[in-house]
Design a protein around this ligand. Structure first.
Ligand code: ADP
Ligand code: MG
Length: 686
């Protein structure tokens, strides 16, 4: 029996050199080794008894060394070669093992030894060779391992630091696993169920299996168990936070109904059934004693803004203030303008606060405050806040949201997003929120026709846009360089602006990008909105929220650079009025791959379908696979693939909170990275 904090140097039979090598890189104790998890495994179980064969895949062989020698090429370069044949084979087939620039291998590998080797075999003119194979001396070596640790099994592959080697680490893990008692750590999970998938499973067994799996099935089962544990730690936090918010006690905001009545009387349209249903859910939350914590979820153009305004009016009717935060200045200004149009006639004061503008009404409490994240730095504006609304919430960090909410006095909180989220991710990203979905668009009749076209068709497109302009419509022309600086992006748009001004002359063309001053931006938007500009050349600053119903055309340059979800957001700027709308995605002439990828945009304008296709194409492993990044906070779980586990974890977490408080503390301690996970999950959706 050895304790987890035992120094590696004291683990029985662990070679001294391995312990020393690992200690240098900070892997010093038994626990350090146990938690140094492999990021993948190689199946080296099947020894190839038959011929050596060249090919792209590595293979595993039991061989006998017949000849060794160093060859030097001058200077420091050279190769150590060991000629081997099958240890059991009858054939005289030969294979040359090669170690480049490692002359000291002559002291390790010697004639007459038996090795297990694993690697890729190459064929050069009939001569077979394997460079830098993984090997194990099974007979005749100086320190021949009685067990096969590196080969002849499902072998763990670890991420290495500094001078560490796979072999030293693997040997250490092996001896630690041998020395540890069967149950060397306590379980964190409440026993999920006596039978079923996890019957008999424990944390200690699962960890062992992850290092040295006894079968592929056991490995996967253990990964799932540890993933469940991970999700459980996360859901425990989320569920606990949700309960705390409820228990913290909010205020009932019931209102008189007068402002809302006047508002709806003035509104030029009727709410859709879906909007009404969501609004009812929101008002019900607000009227209850517990603070509201709700997500209003609806595809682009589903009409979230009016619903938000109606929620804000309920707070004002109840004698409190309403605050709305948007991610960009342009969007905040658009909201402020709507608020002035719709709410000032009801006798309400509207204040706007962005990075550049600061307009506060002169005296008394402002009922409606609208702004960007600049609000976070402005304490005086917020006063007796009854509701905080966060638009396009995916554009904000978890911390920014929390900060704004804290500024209010246990306000009701409504966050809004158009990002379509698969059900499973909802539990992770929004596990502490109630969700209302606007699943219907105000004008289902209006269609957007989307086409993917090669760049060479630009002239035709210009002609088409001109025809639309002659009919009184407007258009957006989007330039963007993903991952490039604002400056380069602005440059591309500026160049595009010159080009399009010529192409469309004498129509009026405007330019909008992130490097312009607040006044310039607002001025351009004002002229575009008023119809004084026929077309707007812009960067992705127009991506979120902009609402100009008369715009019916959108051209997107280099559409291949965008994710489908972002294209969907961009396209959401058109098809907002009564007119048929058109979106053209330009790709490089021979870019077949992107033509295919973007085809889904031609087929559907359903954001949910597009998001699923996007995720499917990228593949869950690609998005957040634990193998991908050494820093990934999730070691075992794959948020997209392990749907069922996420749900199970939530159930277990609720159960623990209800009846098992002594499990709470250790489980919470294992999982400290909650915001990171939430941000990650969210990043997947963009
Ligand atoms: P999003 O959900 O993308 O934020 P908006 O709130 O900007 O959508 O609404 C899109 C457009 O639809 C706006 O011009 C808005 O005034 C209009 N709109 C919203 N609700 C309705 C409705 N029930 N009937 C007609 N038009 C509506
Ligand atoms: Mg919006």
């Amino acid at each position: 029996m050895i304790p987890l904090d035992l120094s590696l140097a004291d683990v029985p039979s662990l070679p001294v050199h391995a312990a020393r090598l690992l200690a240098k890189e900070g892997v010093k104790t038994v626990a350090d080794v146990v938690w140094h998890l492999p990021f993948r495994h190689e199946d080296r179980r099947h020894m190839q008894a038959m011929a050596f064969q060249a090919g792209p895949l590595p293979s595993c062989h039991h061989v006998l060394v017949t000849k060794t020698g160093n060859k030097f090429f001058g200077g420091r370069s050279g190769v150590f070669e060991a000629v081997v044949r099958h240890a059991t084979g009858l054939l005289g087939q030969q294979l040359t093992l090669k170690w480049w620039n490692m002359p000291f291998m002559s002291r390790v590998i010697a004639e007459g030894q038996e090795l297990i080797v694993y690697g890729v075999i190459k064929d050069s003119k009939g001569r077979l060779s394997m460079s830098h194979p993984e090997y194990e001396i099974v007979k005749g070596g100086a320190d021949d391992d009685a067990e096969q640790i590196h080969t002849g099994r499902i072998t763990p592959i670890y991420r290495l630091k500094g001078a560490m080697t796979q072999k030293a680490l693997r040997v250490a893990v092996w001896h630690v696993c041998q020395a540890l008692p069967v149950s060397f750590v306590d379980d964190l999970l409440p026993t999920p169920s006596a039978e079923g998938e996890f019957a008999g499973q424990t944390r200690a067994l699962a960890l062992r299996e992850v290092h040295f799996p006894s079968s592929m099935e056991k490995l996967e089962q253990s990964r799932r168990y540890l993933a469940l544990e991970e999700f459980y730690g996360y859901q425990l936090r989320v569920a606990r936070r949700k309960r705390r918010v409820i228990e913290s006690g909010g205020r009932k905001q019931i209102g008189t109904g007068e402002l809302l009545r006047d508002f709806f009387n003035e509104l030029p349209f009727q709410l859709t059934t879906a909007q009404q249903r969501c609004l009812d859910e929101i008002h019900r939350d607000m009227a209850s004693g517990a603070p509201m914590n709700r997500l209003l979820h609806g595809d682009v153009g589903s009409g979230k803004t009016v619903v938000a305004f109606a929620a804000m009016l309920r707070a004002v009717e109840s004698g409190r203030q309403a605050v709305l935060m948007a991610p960009t200045q342009i969007l905040a200004e658009q909201h402020a303008r709507n608020a002035r149009k719709w709410l000032e006639p009801l006798g309400l004061r509207v204040a706007l606060r962005t990075g550049q503008t600061r307009q506060t009404s002169p005296t008394g409490q402002t009922e409606i405050v609208i702004g960007t994240h600049a609000l976070l730095h402005d304490a005086e504006l917020m006063h007796n806040t009854g509701i905080v609304v966060i638009d396009e919430q995916h554009k904000f960090g978890v911390a920014q949201r929390a900060k704004l909410i804290r500024k209010g006095d246990t306000p009701d909180v409504l966050v809004m997003t158009a990002t379509p989220i698969p059900r499973t991710l909802t539990l992770t990203i929004y596990g502490d929120l109630e969700v209302s979905t606007i699943d219907q668009k105000p004008r289902d009749g209006v269609k957007i026709v989307t086409k993917v076209r090669p760049k060479t068709k630009l002239k035709d497109a210009a002609k088409f846009l001109r025809e639309q302009i002659e009919e009184g419509r407007q258009g957006y022309i989007v330039y963007a360089l993903i991952d490039e600086s604002d400056k380069l992006e602005a440059g591309a748009a500026t160049k595009g602006y010159e080009e399009w001004s010529k192409l469309l002359a004498p129509c009026e063309v405007g330019l909008l990008h992130g490097r312009m001053s607040a006044e310039e931006k607002e001025d351009v938007m004002k002229r575009f909105r008023a119809g004084k500009l026929d077309a707007l050349v812009a960067t992705t600053v127009i991506e979120v929220g902009i609402d100009v119903p008369n715009a019916t055309v959108m051209f997107i340059h280099d559409a291949g650079r965008f994710g489908l979800a972002q294209l969907h957001q961009l396209r959401g700027r058109i098809g907002r009025g009564a007119h048929m709308s058109y979106c053209v995605l330009f790709v490089d002439d021979k870019d077949e791959e992107n033509r295919q990828r973007l085809a889904i945009m031609e087929e559907t304008s359903d954001g949910f379908q597009i998001a699923e296709e996007d995720l499917r194409r990228r593949g869950p492993g690609d998005v957040l696979g634990h193998a991908q990044s050494g820093q990934a906070p999730l070691l075992f779980g794959e948020l997209l693939a392990d749907t069922r586990l996420v749900r199970l974890a939530r159930q277990l977490a609720e159960k623990t909170l209800d009846e098992d408080p002594q499990l709470l503390r250790p489980a919470l301690a294992t999982f400290r990275d909650e915001p990171v996970i939430a941000e990650k999950a969210q990043a997947m959706m963009q």
